[in-house]
Design a protein around this ligand. Structure first.
Ligand code: FE
Length: 336
């Protein structure tokens, strides 16, 4: 009786207009994205055009998306989680929201330091967190390292973004990895003492303050600089690449992982692999003035015009693993 009912129900479905929709649904990939529609839609459209596979996406901030993945559990419609910062990706993996997805393609396309050693997430674009300075106030020859920004010679000249932002937590976490907590705390205290004013709510506001001369220099992500110079090529703002004699510039990623309870794991993996490919890497990085994660691909003309630099190649997973320690350290150091 039960079997008969099931067959009848299936027959009814197949006879109706629902059947093609089911076939389509089996193929489609659902993405939860903390990156906004304007950045991701052109890539997804290109993927659909090439493969015929439809992509559905939901955009929100990473916090609510992770909450949603947790609440939905095994019933989640999501296949892929896409966000910025290794700190956030690590957190998603640490909370059991992602599935380890070993992939020869991703191993080949993405350098090891830009992906999770446990294969739960993969960097797809790179952003450098570097020094932005006002060339009317500072000469390039006066700058050297992140650590040097703690020197009293920069008193009243440094602008910082709030320590609440994951970007600064990741930067400080990577400094703890390199120097240990005690030395890092001294450096961060030096930064705090050198601030021209209270921390800013965004990299953009911080960089605008540098360009306006409120401070001489600050620490920010390269793509925010890209947006400012693209809008105003004459802005009084330049980038400096610190720590070139040492471990290199702090870099971070935007990236993605396959959702633990994805209904379409194979489709999710295929999409992430495609995003790492030669074809997709410029689409992914150029739209936000970022660097391709795939080392075979060159950045856009504007991004390339800022020059080349040595990247810190310690695995960005450490930014996640040391995040809690970094937050506590910044609090102790009085970094608001
Ligand atoms: Fe950002």
């Amino acid at each position: 009786m039960l079997v008969k009912k099931g067959v009848l129900a299936l027959a009814a479905l197949m006879a109706g207009a629902v059947a093609p929709a089911m076939a389509w649904a089996a193929d489609e990939v659902v993405v939860y994205s903390a990156r906004n529609e304007q950045l991701i839609k052109p890539m997804f459209d290109a993927y659909t055009k090439e493969t015929g596979i439809e992509i559905k996406f939901v955009t929100d901030k990473e916090g609510p998306l992770m909450q949603r993945l947790k609440a939905e559990g095994a019933n989640t419609p999501a296949d892929v989680f896409l966000t910025v910062d290794a700190g956030n990706l690590w957190q998603a993996g640490n909370e059991g929201l992602l599935a380890a997805t070993p992939s020869k393609v991703l191993e080949q396309n993405i350098p090891a330091y830009l992906r999770d050693p446990g294969n739960q997430w993969f960097g797809l674009s790179v952003r450098a967190r570097t020094i932005a300075y006002n060339p009317t106030m500072v000469k390039a020859s006066e700058m050297s390292t992140y650590e040097d920004l703690a020197d009293p010679k920069w008193k009243g000249k440094l602008c910082l973004r709030t320590s609440k932002k994951v970007y600064n937590q990741s930067l400080v976490a990577m400094m703890i990895e390199e120097h240990g907590a005690a030395k890092t705390e001294e450096i961060v205290k030096g930064w705090v003492a050198n601030q021209a004013t209270e921390p800013f709510s965004s990299d953009t506001k911080m960089m605008e303050a540098v360009a306006a001369g409120q401070c001489a220099l600050g620490i920010g992500n390269t793509y925010y600089y890209g947006r400012l110079v693209a809008a105003n090529p004459d802005i009084s703002l330049k980038l400096f690449w610190p720590n070139q004699e040492g471990t290199g510039v702090h870099v971070n990623i935007s990236g993605a992982g396959v959702v633990k309870h994805a209904g379409n794991k194979a489709g999710a993996q295929k999409l992430i692999e495609w995003l790492s490919s030669d074809k997709a890497q410029n689409l992914f990085s150029d739209s936000n003035h970022e660097y391709p994660a795939n080392a075979n691909i060159k950045p856009s003309e504007l991004v390339a015009s800022w020059g080349t630099f040595k990247q810190n190649q310690i695995n960005v997973v450490r930014a996640g693993e040391l995040q809690v320690e970094a937050v506590k350290l910044m609090d102790r150091a009085g970094y608001k």
